[in-house]
Design a protein around this ligand. Structure first.
Ligand SMILES: Cc1cc2nc3c(=O)[nH]c(=O)nc-3n(C[C@H](O)[C@H](O)[C@H](O)COP(=O)(O)OP(=O)(O)OC[C@H]3O[C@@H](n4cnc5c(N)ncnc54)[C@H](O)[C@@H]3O)c2cc1C
Length: 405
């Protein structure tokens, strides 16, 4: 397999990098989350960035023109999203669920009216979306979702609670998994709604993480009226549509995470060259050299895995359970690499963003703390291993689940 870009793709990549560098000068340059005074400011910067992407024709270029895209090959979209992840991920992270999960699910499973209403508003930076699947008693076993939606005339009346909903405090809409039929077998009683986050009865409460940021939230819903036109697919198809969303989440994650982590590794190389311990540059320390080489290898493996998965999709496939391999790779490598980065910084690892003594503006410290969630979000490592065992390798079903079913 040849992983190089064609001449035309390389020319496009360079054109996009020039546009991005120019645009970043007009924005706040090379931002970390802490560059922004508040999440309101971060949100405004993210919306502004997405609007500029759209106006320049770089937003979801592979989507058809009638929905606001450019009808271009998906490779150009991959070049755009990888470059953003590597150079300026923080302007884009509020859009992760929107572009990686909500948009492709609506494009694949939504009806024509839903596509025409929502996709252009996503692409042009008007609407941020969040994903309301997890609940206090439904995480790995998301089929346990108990948020109720009762059909009353032209509406569903929704009551219940979601938790760990990333970016809900910024979101305009939510892809919401609800139970419409409590009598049906668990996975047949679920439906998939598009929820207006500004609707009466929706309350968002931020949860503070150990990074100090509150990127995820609880959502409380009390008698929220959701128009029946906001149902995706048919009533009772929520489980299959939710799986489609999760497959999309895993499909694009690898290549983007590889780009993001490559930046951290480049910063580790830079730091190892500049820092001396006992008068010897760290880059000459054999243990450090081993760690740097290992980090570089793990990212290249992740990148190649991501490209292989994407080539399958380009060949006409849909995202499959193989996506779990990439999820395991990026989350576990991500934790290791962030930890090595802190080891490399030695005592400086304790100095956070905001101090003149912090290294690389505290990106590594934030990355280390944030990486602890990698092996939980988007499905825990144990769950990914179960999926790989059962659905990729064809091993017998996990005994604990056989018993419970
Ligand atoms: C940073 C972050 C962002 C998130 N963002 C969102 C979001 O935007 N939207 C959303 O809906 N959710 C989100 N989540 C929630 C996430 O999807 C869940 O936390 C995750 O699926 C695990 O569910 P749980 O927390 O209920 O843990 P549980 O499912 O209770 O698991 C607890 C432990 O048991 C293990 N376990 C459970 N079942 C099995 C099994 N069958 N075999 C072996 N081990 C098992 C798990 O691996 C884990 O170690 C986010 C989580 C994090 C950390």
């Amino acid at each position: 397999m040849d992983f190089r870009f064609s001449e035309e793709q390389e020319a496009f990549r360079q054109e996009f990098v020039s546009w991005l560098e120019k645009t970043l000068k007009e924005l706040r340059g090379d931002a970390t989350i802490q560059t922004f005074e508040s999440h309101k400011e971060w949100e405004a910067a993210a919306r502004d960035f997405q609007k500029r992407l759209y106006q320049a024709g770089y937003s979801a270029r592979h989507y058809p023109k009638e929905y606001g895209g450019q009808g271009r090959p998906i490779e150009e979209h991959i070049i755009v999203s990888e470059t953003i992840s590597r150079i300026c991920g923080e302007y884009f992270s509020p859009w992760g669920v929107t572009m990686g999960m909500a948009a492709p699910t609506i494009m694949t499973c939504g009806n024509e009216e839903q596509k025409k209403t929502f996709i252009p508003k996503i692409l042009d930076g008007t609407h941020i979306w969040c994903q309301g699947f997890s609940e206090p008693n439904a995480g790995s076993d998301v089929v346990n979702v108990s948020t109720r939606a009762v059909k009353q005339g032209d509406y569903y009346v929704v009551s219940g609670q979601k938790v760990w909903t990333s970016m809900a405090h910024m979101a305009d809409y939510c892809i919401l998994l609800v139970r419409t039929d409590p009598e049906a077998p668990k996975h047949k009683g679920l439906s998939y709604l598009l929820l207006d986050m500004k609707a009466p009865g929706v309350e968002v409460r931020p949860i503070k993480q150990m990074t100090g940021e509150a990127e995820f939230n609880e959502i409380f819903m009390e008698d929220v009226k959701v128009p029946a036109t906001m149902l995706v697919g048919q009533e009772g198809q929520g489980w299959m549509i939710a799986i489609t969303t999760l497959m999309f989440e895993r499909a694009m994650g690898d290549a983007n995470m590889a780009s993001r982590m490559m930046r951290a590794v480049e910063e580790m190389f830079d730091n190892a060259r500049k820092t001396r311990r006992s008068a010897v540059p760290l880059i000459k320390d054999p243990r450090v050299r081993q760690q740097l080489a290992q980090a570089y290898i793990e990212i290249l493996v992740l990148k190649c895995h991501g490209y292989r998965h994407l080539s399958q999709l380009l060949g006409g496939g849909v995202p499959g359970p193989e996506g779990s391999i990439g999820k395991l790779l990026w989350s576990e490598s991500g934790q290791r690499i962030n930890e090595w980065n802190m080891e490399l910084q030695g005592p400086f690892s304790q100095i956070m963003h905001g101090s003149p003594w912090t290294i690389q503006e505290g990106r590594g410290q934030y990355g280390f703390l944030r990486s602890k969630g990698f092996t939980i979000e988007a499905g825990t490592s144990e769950i990914q291993r179960n999926i790989i065992g059962e659905r990729v390798l064809g091993l017998p079903k996990d005994a604990s689940r056989v018993k419970r079913n």
